[in-house]
Design a protein around this ligand. Structure first.
Ligand code: SF4
Length: 387
């Protein structure tokens, strides 16, 4: 087995383990607690500084049969809340001592309410992220929000979150973000050597591994991928966007690549890349975390940014990664992604960037339609430079 294959297989085991065996093993080994968090962005540094393991929960994916989860929600909403409830009520998330629900949409807000009613003995917190980005207003509010979370974590863990501990955690997550940046740059440079389904699984491992272990894993994969040369195909370079919350099934990601596209940027597992650049490590690390959230971050549908023209960030990504087109790939019924799409489409049209779009569900099992669509898109880019 090749080195990369071996690493990716380890990541796949973690990805498929919906009962979080690796988290249970970590808890047994360290005596620490584990706190789950939903997409998109959560301040994992705080959880880490409290001596706990932050665990990313991204629904049940394609391998979970929904038996009870459907009963909690109406028909016309996305799939991730159903599968997350299913994971919860079937005991698969019992090893989590708490759950954070970052503000992203009404569905997540409602899910946090259900969680409070269903799991009364756990820490459940709706994390109200600001939609105003000045230090005076959004910054003051967010710092208070972080302070509240710190108090709850301290109460739960019986351990003070000291500035030193928080600075240390920030340092580790900064290193992780830098490693991930190198990973994305390497894929954009030689996408043939870092297939996207491999990169995706390496990224998903960040949900359950301690941050230092994940950074080491990324570095190991990067080194192995650089050694393993693969054939370069005449594929179209595309940016995939819209999949920041409910994740597409792995088979769909593979179908996208097999259709003739090299994905050179994407927004899945976005929380791990949400902050652009390092968080400062000054006297007041809580303020530093708040400032980082207000400052240089990705543009995504759950963030109401007025400082940038809508679509400017996407176009900047297209240019930076020398993409030839954009694939809008969003979960069905995802209001944030689907309401934002027309504005992004308009921006791409103005910039003459070809695009195509489709919707999925995390448990979709039919891929050939997507494959044909993106295959035709890639062909038309290659033949005519447009779609
Ligand atoms: S997939 Fe979209 S609508 Fe559903 S929970 Fe996530 S952000 Fe909200």
């Amino acid at each position: 087995m090749s080195e990369t294959r071996e690493i990716v297989e380890q990541c796949k085991v973690l990805y498929e383990d919906l009962s979080l065996a690796s988290v249970k093993e970590w808890k047994q080994r360290t005596g620490g607690r584990a706190i789950g968090f939903m997409p998109v962005y959560a301040p994992r540094e705080l959880v880490h500084a409290a001596g706990m393991l932050p665990v990313g929960i991204m629904g049940g994916g394609e391998n979970l049969e929904i038996i009870k989860g459907d009963a909690y929600f109406q028909s016309y909403i996305c799939h991730i809340p159903r599968s997350t409830i299913e994971l919860g009520v079937t005991g698969r998330l019992d090893c989590l001592d708490g759950m954070l629900f970052p503000a992203i949409c009404d569905v997540i807000r409602n899910l946090s309410g259900m969680w409070q009613m269903l799991f009364k003995d756990k820490l459940v917190r709706y994390l109200d992220l600001p939609q105003e980005f000045t230090k005076e207003i959004g910054g003051t509010f967010y710092k208070q929000e972080l302070q509240g979370l710190v108090h709850e974590l301290e109460k739960l863990g019986g351990k003070k979150v000291t500035p030193e501990a928080l600075r240390h955690s920030i340092k580790l997550f900064n290193e992780n973000r830098r490693a991930i940046e190198r990973l994305y740059n390497a894929r954009a440079e030689t996408p043939e050597n870092l297939p996207t389904y491999e990169l995706y699984l390496v990224m998903r491992a960040s949900n359950v591994l301690p941050v230092e272990e994940h950074t080491a894993l990324v570095e190991k994969y990067l080194a192995a991928a650089a050694r393993q040369k693969r054939n370069k195909l005449d594929n179209a370079r595309v940016v995939v966007t819209g999949a920041f919350c409910e994740q597409p099934p792995i088979a769909l990601i593979r179908a996208l690549e097999a259709s003739g596209c090299y994905v050179v940027d994407d927004d899945w597992v976005l929380g791990a890349r949400y902050l652009l650049g390092d968080v400062a490590m000054g006297e007041d690390p809580l303020q530093d975390l708040a400032n980082a959230y207000l400052g240089d971050c990705v543009e995504t549908a759950s963030r109401y940014e007025t400082r940038l023209e809508k679509g400017a960030f996407l176009i900047e990504r297209v240019k930076r990664y020398r993409a030839e087109g954009v694939v809008f790939c969003a979960p069905s019924f995802c209001d944030p992604a689907l309401l934002e799409r027309p504005m992004l489409v308009e921006a791409l049209n103005r910039a003459n960037v070809p695009h195509t779009s489709f919707n999925y569900a995390e448990n979709t099992s039919q891929y050939h339609v997507f494959k044909e669509q993106t295959g035709t898109f890639a062909d038309s880019i290659k033949l005519w430079g447009t779609a």
